[in-house]
Design a binder for this molecule. Structure first.
Ligand SMILES: *Cc1c(COP(=O)(O)O)cnc(C)c1O
Length: 379
C-alpha cells in the first residue's frame, strides 16, 4: 500500500457498536464489567481506551512498526524511554537536539545516576568512540533542531546493534512522511505528535513506535504505571490530523524549498540551514534516508546581533512569533531566547547555535505571501 492510502486508513476501523466511520471519542474513565474479571478488553482508561487504541495502531502503521504507544506529550514519550534504564547506565545523545530533551536528561535523569554523553552524531565515529560497556541507549535526532544537521541512521543503528544498545530516533522534524527510522534499523521511533502529526497547533501529544514485543511490553508497563497517557479527545485530534499528513507535508516541502532558496539568495542573509541544499555536508545522507526535505529552515543574518534578529522576529505579519512547529500556519522563532533557552549560552554557541539564529516553521499558506512577508521583515 502506498503512503497516501496508508495515512488515510491507518488505524481506522468502523466503530463496532454503530459503524461510525470515525473512531468516537470514548470519553470515559472506566468500563462496566460483566462479572469480576470478565470484560471486553477494557478495564480502566489509563490502561486502555478505544480512541487511543485506534491512534496507536495508526502510529505503528505510519512508521512501518509493529506497535505504537501514545503519551501525553513528546517529552513524556522521551521520559518513558529513559525509564527503561537503570542507575549507572549510559546514554549517548546528540549534542544538537531539542532543548526540552536536553533539559529532561540533564536536570531530571542525571540526578538518578543515568549518565548522558553528548556527541556530534553526524560523524558515526564519535558515537563509536563514546561506546562503553554501560551504553544502553543511543538517542538521535535527524534533522536536528534547529541546525538541520543530518545523522546517518543506518550507520548509528549498526553501532548500536554491535554494542547491544537501543537506538531511539526522535523523528519529529521529518515526520513519517519524510523518513521512517525503523526501516534503517532503529529500535524505537519517538515523535512529538504536537507537531506535524497533529498538524494544527491544537494538541500536545507524543508517541513511540517499536517492533520488538518485549520492548513494547516494557514501555506499555511504563505507560500505564507512570500514567502519562493522552486523553481521548486529544487522541481524536491527532487521528484527524494524521488523515491529511501527506497533503500537508507535500505543501510544507514545496514552500520550504521556495523559501530556503529565496533566503540563500537574499543579500542580508549570511547562512541558511535546510537539508535540501546540495552543498550541505549531510546532503547525500539526507537523500538516502529522507523522501524530501521538509519545511523547517534556520538562517542567520549578515548582521549577527541580537537586535537585528529581533527586528525580523517582531516585523513578520504572517509568520507568528511562537515556539513549536509543524502546524499549517507559519511560525518564526528565536532558539537562543525561546526553544533553546534552557541550554547554557556557552554550550549553545559551542554547538553552533548563535544568538542571531532565526528558525522558521514554514506553513502551508501561499508561498508568494510568505516570501513577501520575510522580505518586508528582513528589510
Ligand atoms: C516539541 C519537540 C519535542 C517535545 O515534544 P512535546 O510534545 O512538546 O512534549 C521533542 N522533540 C522535538 C524535536 C520537538 O520538536
Amino acid at each position: 500500500m502506498k503512503l497516501a492510502t496508508k495515512i488515510i486508513h491507518a488505524g481506522a476501523e468502523p466503530d463496532p457498536s454503530t459503524g461510525a466511520i470515525m473512531t468516537p471519542i470514548y470519553q470515559t474513565s472506566t468500563y462496566v464489567q460483566e462479572a469480576p474479571g470478565v470484560n471486553k478488553g477494557y478495564e480502566y482508561a489509563r490502561s486502555q481506551n478505544p480512541t487511543r487504541k485506534a491512534l496507536e495502531e495508526a502510529y505503528a502503521i505510519l512508521e512501518n512498526a509493529k506497535y505504537g504507544l501514545a503519551f501525553s506529550s513528546g517529552v513524556a514519550a522521551t521520559d518513558s524511554v529513559i525509564k527503561l534504564l537503570n542507575p549507572g547506565d549510559e546514554v549517548i545523545a546528540a549534542s544538537d537536539m531539542y532543548g526540552g530533551s536536553y533539559r529532561l536528561f540533564t536536570k531530571v535523569w542525571e540526578r538518578y545516576n543515568i549518565k548522558f554523553i553528548y556527541v556530534d552524531t553526524t560523524n558515526p565515529a564519535n558515537v563509536q568512540a563514546a561506546i562503553t560497556a554501560n551504553t544502553k541507549l543511543i538517542w538521535v535526532e535527524t534533522p536536528t533542531n534547529p541546525l538541520m544537521n543530518i545523522t546517518d541512521i543506518e550507520a548509528i543503528a549498526a553501532i548500536a546493534k554491535k554494542a547491544g544498545a537501543l537506538l531511539c530516533v526522535d523523528n519529529t522534524f521529518a515526520s513519517p512522511y519524510l523518513q521512517n527510522p525503523m526501516d534503517s534499523g532503529a529500535d524505537l521511533v519517538m515523535h512529538s505528535a504536537t507537531k506535524y502529526l497533529g498538524g494544527h497547533s491544537d494538541v500536545i501529544q507524543g508517541c513511540l513506535m517499536m517492533n520488538d514485543a518485549a520492548l513494547r511490553e516494557k514501555l506499555y508497563f511504563i505507560q500505564k504505571s507512570c500514567g502519562a497517557v493522552p486523553g481521548p479527545m486529544d487522541c481524536f485530534l491527532v487521528l484527524r490530523g494524521i488523515k491529511t499528513l501527506h497533503v500537508r507535508m507535500k505543501q510544507h516541502c514545496e514552500n520550504g524549498a521556495i523559501i530556503a532558496h529565496h533566503l540563500s539568495r537574499h543579500p542580508a542573509v549570511a547562512k541558511v540551514y535546510w537539508p535540501g541544499f546540495e552543498d550541505n555536508t549531510g546532503y547525500a545522507i539526507a537523500k538516502k534516508q529522507m523522501r524530501d526535505f521538509g519545511g523547517m529552515i534556520s538562517f542567520e543574518l549578515k548582521d549577527d546581533s541580537i537586535s537585528a534578529a529581533n527586528k525580523v522576529l517582531s516585523s513578520t505579519k504572517i509568520f507568528a512569533l511562537a515556539e513549536s512547529l509543524g502546524g499549517v500556519e507559519s511560525l518564526i522563532n528565536h532558539p537562543a531566547s525561546m526553544t533553546h533557552a534552557s541550554i547554557p549560552r556557552e554550550e549553545r554557541i559551542k554547538n553552533g547555535l548563535s544568538d542571531g539564529l532565526i528558525r522558521l516553521s514554514v506553513g502551508i499558506e501561499d508561498a508568494g505571501d510568505l516570501v513577501a512577508d520575510l522580505n518586508q521583515a528582513i528589510g
